[in-house]
Design a protein around this ligand. Structure first.
Ligand code: F0G
Length: 465
């Protein structure tokens, strides 16, 4: 028998390194206080392992850095734009490709052109910027994930799917008020869970039947394609590229943050087939992003994305990527720490409601846990719970469906020993979990409050003695 290794190695060598810095627990307490107990407001250099987001934080390859030197910085008609456009068209099959500086700019332009007051936009689960961009149009962002997706510990291969009956109902009940429907792959806010091809196909058919355009929020399309390959019958022998092509074949357009599966540090795009809508979007693009052949990006960014979109579909990369997140999740599960199962594509999500039953939802258990992880281990994560989602457009409060702490992995950045260290931090914090105390909001803006709210201990200290 030939050698069959068990270990999935990082499929790259490290050519450039960036030091990370240990600071003491006392220094972290001071940093946290200065940041108003909001991890978004920390200085990054005060963080040891930064799992705040997988967005724009990845390491680019030597091919991407090399490609950037070929960037054509012409204002109009740059060679780099045509390379970028060809890369997007090759994968998505969509006709019009509109570059934007990141995903939310694509959202703002799409919704600005297509969504009006009183409209409804269904999705498996809207990401926070998507929701905010829809609500800022005076429209409703409707989340209709499958029921399995709302049960953190329930194991199901495709918990990211949209509830097809609910989608059909929403379209039937609101004729003329649904300008488009969306599907987020993978479902970030629902735990990084994938959507099956069957669900994409069926959602597309429902939208067609109602004459409603169907869009993908495609940020993590390659990770979703890999899960389809691993888990959906009939796809094991297909390449991630072919699977991605098929996913996009069912849609009329997509929004994309190239900061995720574009393997770039900045960038995004809107791609679509409708000629009139594309024209409207390009007109809006010129107002705030830039001319349609650069859309707020430098020529070198377009090069980096064109190459990244190709690299992200590499099987060795995707195997390592998904396995390294699962490896971390397995360690936590073995230690009895409740996480969203199975592990998602880009992140491990801790179920703070289950882990900290002594903290009521009104005292933001996931936020409190994220602070403890920083305090004890210098780890930065993000709350996906009632601080992020609890405030309703009318100003009232409604607890989020889940209180999660997301530990999102930058692409190609951390190694297995970083992950082993992270697991040690989690196990330690789990051992002192009864001492973690709830928090309250001291000061907050009206929208997207998690980015800048200042928080305070609800009972005198973050950790009981
Ligand atoms: N859609 C999804 C599903 C996302 O996860 C994000 C960003 C966006 C849209 C917006 O893209 O940041 O390029 O404007 N998510 C990041 C995160 C910020 O941490 O999950 P963007």
């Amino acid at each position: 028998m030939p050698f069959q290794p068990h270990t999935v190695i990082e499929p790259f060598r490290i050519k450039t390194v960036e030091p990370i810095r240990h600071i003491t627990r006392e220094e972290r307490i001071a940093a946290l206080t200065a940041a108003g107990n909001n991890l978004f407001l920390l200085k990054a250099e005060d963080v040891l392992i930064d799992l705040l987001t997988d967005s724009g934080t990845g390491a680019m390859s030597s091919a991407q850095w090399g490609g950037m030197m070929q960037g054509d910085e012409s204002y109009a008609g740059a060679r780099s734009f045509f390379r970028f456009e060809a890369a997007v068209q090759e994968i998505t099959g969509l006709k019009y490709v509109i570059p934007t500086h990141q995903g939310r700019a694509a959202e703002r332009i799409l919704f600005g052109a297509a969504v009006k007051q009183g409209d409804i936009v269904p999705n498996n689960t809207h990401f926070d910027t998507t929701r905010a961009n829809i609500e800022s149009r005076g429209a409703t962002a409707l989340d209709i994930p499958v029921a399995e997706g709302r049960q953190p510990q329930f194991i199901h291969p495709f918990k990211g799917c949209i509830d097809l009956a609910a989608l059909d109902q929403a379209l039937a009940d609101n004729p003329g008020r649904v300008p488009l429907a969306m599907l987020t792959v993978t479902n970030n806010s629902g735990g990084g869970q994938p959507v099956s091809m069957e669900n994409i196909r069926a959602a597309s058919a429902i939208c067609r039947r109602h004459g409603v355009p169907f869009f993908l929020d495609a940020c993590r399309f390659a990770e979703n394609a890999w899960f389809i390959k691993l888990r959906e019958p009939g796809y094991a022998d297909k390449t991630p590229f072919d699977i991605a092509r098929e996913m996009f074949s069912y849609v009329d357009g997509c929004t994309m943050s190239a900061k995720k599966d574009g393997l770039a540090n900045i960038g995004g795009f809107l791609a679509l087939n409708d000629t009139a809508l594309a024209r409207k979007c390009k007109d809006m693009l010129i107002l705030t992003e830039g001319f349609p052949t650069y859309g707020g990006l430098a020529g070198y960014d377009l090069e980096a994305i064109a190459i990244g979109l190709h690299e992200v579909l590499d099987e060795d990369y995707l195997r390592y990527r998904i396995r390294s997140v699962e490896y971390f999740g397995d360690k936590l599960t073995r230690a009895g720490i409740p996480i969203v199962l199975p592990t998602g594509g880009h992140a491990v999500y801790i179920d703070a409601k289950a882990m900290l039953p002594h903290i009521p939802q009104s005292e933001y258990p996931a936020w409190a846990l994220s602070l403890a992880l920083y305090l004890e281990g210098g780890v930065r994560s993000v709350e996906i719970g009632s601080v992020m989602f609890g405030r309703q457009p009318d100003g009232s409060e409604k607890p989020a469906a889940m209180e999660l702490v997301r530990l999102a992995f930058p692409r190609r950045v951390y190694t297995q020993s970083h992950v082993d260290y992270l697991a040690e931090v989690l196990l330690y914090v789990n051992s002192i979990k009864d001492r973690i105390r709830g928090v309250k909001i001291a000061e907050s803006p009206d929208t997207l409050r998690h980015f800048s709210a200042r928080m305070a201990p609800a009972h005198g200290a973050l950790l009981a003695e």
